[in-house]
Design a protein around this ligand. Sequence first.
Ligand SMILES: Cc1ncc(COP(=O)(O)O)c(C=O)c1O
Length: 457
Amino acid sequence: MVDLHLDVDLSDGRRRGIERALRTAVRDGRLPAGSPLPSSRVLAADLGVARGTVADAYDQLVIEGYLTTRPRGRTIVANLARPPDAAVAPAPPSRPRVDLRAGAPDLASFPTGAWSAAVRSVLRNRPGDALDYAPPRGRAELHAALVDYLARARGVVAAPEQVTICSGVDHGLGMLARALAATGRARLALEDPCLPFHRSIAAAAGSTVVPARVDHDGVDVGSIVASAAGAVVVTPARQALLGATLAPGRRGALLAWARDTGAVVIEDDYDGELRYDRQPIGALQGLDPARVVYLGTVSKSLAPGLRLAWAIVPPDLAGVVAAALGPHSPVSSLDQLVVADLVRSHAFDRHLRRVRTAYRRRRDAFVSLLATRAPRLRVEGVAAGLHALVRWPGGGATEDDVLATAAERGIGLTPLGPCWHGERRFDGLLVGYGRPPAHDVRRCFEAFAALMADVVR
Ligand SMILES: Cc1ncc(COP(=O)(O)O)c(C=O)c1O
């Protein structure tokens, strides 16, 4: 089997994206004359597209002279004796050659078959309904499916009336920040470090953002108390950047603070399903459903481009949250019904079981490769999620040094620096080991290990 890395941009059509990526690879010399290509079946599976789409792209490139076919159907790169047609200009690279940025899952592992079957079923059974505006809080079918699933899988305690479908956690955060400000809780603590755009979203919604310090036991409740915030956003299952799980004692202390002061805890459970070292940790919300707003998303479990998430809101905040909603749901009605179908049929559980195993293997390969090639590194936050925090001894290379060499080598990484509210406590990189497609994981990990071995001596 042939390993092939392609920067495929599918935004302008799948077949076109594959053709463009192959032309670029041939022109750049990354695919020299005579190189065998993977079979259309293998490449289609890696890219998550239909086999016919890859076969059509191959046929087109044979016609254009980039590829040629051999007996027994093998496709290889042709010898480009003449410059290819000038009209077929290579697209500018849209992604780093080695894409290890934190944030996305392996999009090739999306359950395309189950999704397509669910779309067909929804359209067959209720075509008109599925294409109309959805109510402001979203579709009742998805509320019911999520309440059952979250009770079973995450220990969330809720009634369907408490669920609001959002177009991502970022939309949910903005909506909640506005609603909380309307109840006099405009002072909002966010973990330090946190995603920088979560700070911007909260500030744009009118919150005064204050930092809540994080250490190896998760968020430090003392710093929340000292901040005099009326609400806090936390990531208890796996701290978004440093990867710590919120320690049991701190869970209790956080909820006691919320009860004593009337504050609200927003639990961002963005990747709670992806735990590798033990059963997923139950949601904080289940311990005090009256004080905790629970946020979940399909961005890690399915795909971030779906823009589908959910907020479970305590009954006494339901009114203010409803007032922060528009006249209809911002999320496609069809997608909501499709996700409800996947959850109800347990196709979602089956998908999660499959990807969890695959990501655990990747995580193990990443950790052991770095232990051999770059033993001075510390790899943290790998008990769950899709990215690792990589740190190294101070006094030598800085985060910016590593990023500069990474950029020269076409390696995309996410720096920790911008995630601190103010002072950087230490340097680090967030390495999205879940992102590359399965066939390309080894090459990406090798490139990262070589980079770190060269820069962090
Ligand atoms: C801390 C955190 N929250 C939420 C999300 C997902 O947000 P969304 O649902 O807007 O894609 C991410 C994704 O990277 C994240 O890191």
